[in-house]
Ligand binder design. Structure first.
Ligand SMILES: NC(=O)c1ccc[n+]([C@@H]2O[C@H](COP(=O)([O-])OP(=O)(O)OC[C@H]3O[C@@H](n4cnc5c(N)ncnc54)[C@H](OP(=O)(O)O)[C@@H]3O)[C@@H](O)[C@H]2O)c1
Length: 388
């Protein structure tokens, strides 16, 4: 029986991780659950799974979860420190890190200290603190298994291969719901249209990032840190069918591709069962006969977030944190109807261009610098939105 902790249990990946637990009751037991604001849903999860410990970031919403915790015999803790304490609990065998956004950074770093297996979905932590995170992974000996579907695919393609013989990592991108729109049409798309992803059912933030292609920019940086290849060895191709999750090209010209259904329960199960291959309970169908797969070059003019991510990655230091934090505020403002879709890249670019010294000169930032720049970028973008 593997004891599982899920950080972000009330979100899209978190709920799907719980579905995997339900599908394998003889092999998986929920050990810990952590959420942000949704105390009501967390309470339902505590009643169903009776974990040993649960954490809610926003203590003002904790009343329901505290009552449910008492009934379930669960230890309940609150606040960011509570989430990090739960993440670092070394009695879990596997931790799934699925908090959305920058908020996932400290809990993910804490989860490295739990040892065991870390199933990593929270890409923002890798983008903002790739060097710190990979150092922590090395020092702690935790086994990091990427859950982001593209990185999980790359991980599987690279197994048993020599790094020296890898010519290129090829990340696939669905292109999102607006891939076929003309540039002029992108200005008037609505949050509802942007949330309607053609292939994947995901949380709001990553759905908007998929529509702007910022998600692929973040994934480029994520792949760079997770697999240790330079940025110019990582290519992006748009593949609207999302059947091929990513590929590796080798020095002899062979390409290894990982394909499968567009369903996050597969990479989550891969992490939860790591080291073994458990049967597919039938989460989703996948048929090859009659399938037509298309691959196209990305269009960075129509989707400038991709080049902004490359630029931030090349600049390094604290620029990737500016990218993440500015994007988070801009996406939130778009979802609230305060700005248009194409304002998102403009706001991110504005923040990248205005990062002041000494932040702009930092080469190997620590956690405090990263937290400081997160705050700076949020304030900066909010100020620019107010002036718009
Ligand atoms: N969804 C996908 O298919 C997918 C695929 C690949 C990678 N990812 C990555 O996985 C991560 C999660 O994505 P998602 O789509 O599952 O997001 P989501 O549906 O928005 O869920 C986010 C989760 O994080 C929790 N959370 C937010 N702030 C928190 C805090 N300060 N402390 C503790 N928990 C907090 C939320 O709790 P409350 O709801 O209680 O506030 C919720 O459980 C993101 O980094 C995303 O890029 C997602």
């Amino acid at each position: 029986m593997r004891r599982v902790t899920i950080l972000g249990s009330t979100g899209s990946v978190g709920e799907q991780a719980l579905q995997v637990v339900r599908a394998h009751p003889e092999r998986l037991k929920v050990h810990g659950l952590a959420a942000g604001r949704n105390g009501v849903r967390l309470a339902e999860q505590l009643r169903e799974f009776s974990p040993r410990v649960a954490a809610l970031h926003h203590q003002d919403n904790a009343a329901d979860a505290e009552n449910a915790a008492t009934e379930a015999g669960t230890e309940m803790i609150t606040g960011q420190d509570g989430v990090c304490r739960l993440a670092a609990d070394s009695t879990a065998d596997v931790v799934i890190s699925a908090i959305s956004g920058f908020a996932g950074l400290r809990p993910t770093l804490a989860a490295c200290r739990a040892g065991g297996i870390l199933g990593l979905a929270n890409k923002e932590s890798v983008v903002c603190a790739g060097a710190l995170l990979m150092d922590e992974v090395k020092a702690s000996g935790v086994t990091l298994v990427p859950v982001d579907s593209e990185h999980n695919a790359l991980y599987q393609c690279l197994l048993g291969e020599s790094r020296a013989e890898v010519a290129q990592l090829i990340l696939t991108a669905s292109g999102g719901p607006f891939w076929d729109l003309e540039p002029g049409e992108l200005h008037s798309v609505t949050p509802r249209e942007a949330l309607d992803h053609p292939r994947w059912d995901m949380g709001d933030k990553i759905s908007i990032d998929s529509a702007t292609l910022m998600n692929k920019g973040l994934e480029l940086i994520e792949a760079h840190w997770l697999f240790g290849f330079p940025l110019d060895k990582i290519e992006i191709v748009v593949h609207p069918q999302s059947a091929v999750h990513s590929m590796v090209r080798f020095s002899d010209g062979s390409i290894k591709a990982h394909a499968g259904p567009t369903d996050m329960r597969y990479p989550v199960q891969y992490a939860l069962s790591f080291g073994e291959r458990w049967e597919d309970p039938g989460y989703a169908g996948f048929s090859l006969a009659g399938a037509e797969w298309r691959f196209e070059a990305p269009d960075e003019e129509r989707f400038p977030c991709l080049s902004l991510a490359r630029q931030a990655a090349d600049q390094g230091g604290l620029y990737p944190t500016v990218l993440v934090s500015a994007d988070e505020v801009a996406v939130e403002a778009f979802l609230c109807g305060h700005i248009g879709f194409m304002d998102i890249p403009h706001l991110v670019q504005n923040a990248l261009e205005h990062l002041p010294p000494p932040y702009s000169r930092a080469k190997e930032p620590g956690l405090d610098d990263i937290a400081g720049v997160d705050e700076w970028a949020r304030d900066h973008v909010q100020r620019v939105i107010m002036e718009m």
